[in-house]
Design a protein around this ligand. Structure first.
Ligand code: F6R
Length: 609
């Protein structure tokens, strides 16, 4: 997730763009840049924050048209070279999204003499536009953009300048947000309305497959086929803070909703479901290394550790590799038995957790291969491991991890299937079935989100209890732990997650009519077993809230409330159940009036031991 802004108007573009960009900083903040068109295109960019960009800009720059960008790195580390805008010939481009076929296009352009400076996927866009423009003398700026967009696969919101068109800015959208602000003799283009709310509240939402051409005579809208289209102007009544949260009351709720796109972005370009194949180009492990892995050691903390626990089941079932999972703080002071045929995997959304960094450093002496799974490009963990797999959840502002957790889970599923295919532990047919189901997840998460009112009702009913239990078996056990963790950290209700079979070994003594139990009871090989556990719980008069498959009629007989998830592959239901439990925790905390985005005593990145 990045932020883009464009401006065409009566004011000096540089100052206007930088002010707008600051409002988008929550979308990414690892590097920033600006291009202003005034006869020539002048570009400034830098690694670091928008304040750092401001510090390198001249005090004045004449020019009333420009584009700007704040970056959340996906391809290539945060650096000045990788920062946007990217330039080629007379063109300058800013981009938010992921170009899936960038390697293919890059190869074609390199064969045609184009030299790439950055590691980004974005740079192909600007060279491609330049290529199409230069190769056809009849081609206008608009034609070259339109032709280039037809070649791009993936997601993008782009804003483009061309030196030969001194008063024109072109923008387009596919699967990434783009909105226009129509002010008094000025037009803004942006990833969201926050950027220009102090100038205008009249907006036009650009839809997928639309191109916008803005010049001194006005705004022209077309589709990708070049046909003119009419757009409606909407007047919005948000203030800046509400707009940053896209109208959601909290970042956490916004981020729960963003899981639809976070999951899509995380698998985008990696899944080839027809062949039952996964491509993980980032991994530098050859098939021999993967076949020879004797054991996997996962190291992580908190929510990331819960993701690791689920991954243990996946690596063992799908890839046939024995897997251990350690909390980083225990691992670093223990005496682990390690050899060079152990693969270590560090899971950390921030990439900066002190215990995880120390634990992974302590494994260096054994000569093991290592992989980091993180959401932050260029974070410290990426320098501590040989291989990095990035989740593509975008920045997470709410302290409680939500979209980063499900993106970690998905990445671990992909890795397990990838290993499983190379180790001949999963057939092409079974892999295809799983990958097809993964592709349906974004739509299914959307369906879970649409049930938020029912989940809210349930949350309100139980919001004043003192203790909660969460139980699950097998793949649902880590989700029970995560459900309990989410609830306790944001609502301050005491909550315990248990493997359902463990209840009778002690904790069942605590159950009364006042201790609700959330049972994750989706279909799978332990379904009958968890039904028995639910009956044990009910016999102690505790209320049961079940998370169950939408077609499960049986479960209703035994529980007080059913929260449903869409039917999916039985290995994938944990991702959908996790979303239900995030919403449950959120609405309980909301009802209790808690500081949801900044829970007491917690920090987003735990950089101390
Ligand atoms: C819980 C939460 C924490 C983190 C933990 C590890 O919502 O966010 O438990 O999961 O502090 O952080 P990372 O993944 O950044 O290493």
């Amino acid at each position: 997730m990045c932020g883009i802004v464009g401006y065409v108007g009566k004011n000096q573009a540089m100052e206007t763009l930088v002010n707008s960009l600051k409002k988008l900083e929550y979308r990414g903040y690892d590097s920033a840049g600006v291009s202003v068109l005034n006869g020539n295109i002048t570009t400034y960019k830098t690694e670091g924050s928008i304040d750092k960009l401001s510090a390198i800009l001249p005090s004045e720059m004449d020019g009333k048209i420009g584009i700007a960008h704040t970056r959340w790195a996906t391809h290539g580390a945060p650096s000045t070279t990788n920062a946007h805008p990217h330039e080629s010939g007379d063109f300058s481009v800013v981009h938010n999204g992921i170009i899936e076929n960038y390697l293919e296009i890059r190869e074609k352009l390199e064969q045609n003499g184009y030299e790439f400076k950055s590691e980004t996927d974005t740079e192909v866009i600007v060279h491609l536009i330049n290529f199409n423009y230069s190769n056809n003398s009849d081609s206008s700026f608009y034609d070259a953009v339109r032709e280039s967009l037809q070649e791009l696969e993936g997601s993008y919101a782009v804003a483009i300048l061309c030196k030969e068109y001194p008063d024109t800015l072109i923008a387009a959208r596919k699967d990434s947000p783009l909105v226009l602000g129509l002010g008094d003799s000025e037009v803004f283009v942006s990833s969201d309305v926050t950027a220009f709310l102090d100038h205008t509240k009249n907006v036009v939402f650009v839809e997928d497959g639309e191109i916008v051409s803005i010049d001194s005579s006005g705004v022209n809208y077309t589709n990708f086929d070049g046909q003119n289209i009419q757009k409606e102007i909407t007047t919005i009544d948000w203030d800046v803070e509400a707009a940053e949260k896209a109208g959601y009351e909290h970042f956490m709720l916004k981020e729960i909703h963003e899981q639809v796109s976070a999951i899509q972005d995380t698998f985008s370009g990696k899944i080839f479901e027809l062949e039952g194949k996964i491509k993980l180009d980032e991994l530098n492990l050859d098939p021999k290394d993967i076949t020879e892995i004797e054991r996997i050691e996962i190291i992580a903390c908190g929510t990331s550790w819960n993701a690791g626990l689920l991954a243990k089941y996946l690596f063992e079932k799908i890839a046939g590799v024995h897997t251990d999972v350690s909390t980083s703080s225990e691992f670093r002071y223990g005496d682990p038995v390690m050899r060079n045929d152990v693969l270590t995997i560090a899971i950390t959304q921030s990439g900066e957790t002190a215990d995880t960094l120390a634990a992974i450093r302590s494994t260096n002496q054994y000569g093991c291969n290592s992989i980091a799974i993180t959401n932050v490009v260029g974070s410290t963990i990426t320098r501590e491991t040989e291989n990095v797999l990035y989740t593509r959840a975008g920045p997470e502002i709410g302290v409680a991890a939500t979209k980063t957790f499900t993106s970690q889970l998905l990445t671990l599923y992909l890795l397990a299937i990838y290993f499983g295919r190379i180790r001949y532990q999963i057939s092409a047919e079974d892999s295809r079935e799983l990958l097809e189901a993964i592709k349906r997840l974004p739509g299914q998460i959307q369906k879970v989100l649409e049930q938020r009112n029912q989940i809210k009702e349930c949350a309100v009913e139980y919001s004043d209890v003192a203790d909660f239990f969460f139980i699950g078996r097998y793949l649902n056990y880590p989700i029970a732990l995560e459900g309990a963790l989410k609830l306790k950290e944001i609502s301050y209700i005491h909550a315990e997650g248990y493997a359902a079979g463990e209840l009778k070994h002690g904790p069942i003594a605590l159950l009364t009519k006042d201790t609700p139990v959330v049972a994750i009871a989706t279909h799978g090989n332990t379904y009958e077993k968890i039904l028995s556990n639910i009956k044990e719980v009910k016999a102690r008069s505790a209320k049961v809230i079940a998370v169950a498959d939408e077609d499960d009629r049986e479960i209703r007989k035994y529980v007080d409330t059913v929260l449903k998830i869409p039917k999916t592959h039985e290995l994938l239901s944990p991702i959908l159940s996790a979303v239900v439990l995030q919403l449950l925790a959120y609405y309980v905390a909301l009802e209790r009036g808690c500081a949801i985005d900044k829970p007491r005593n917690l920090a987003k990145s735990v950089t101390v031991e």
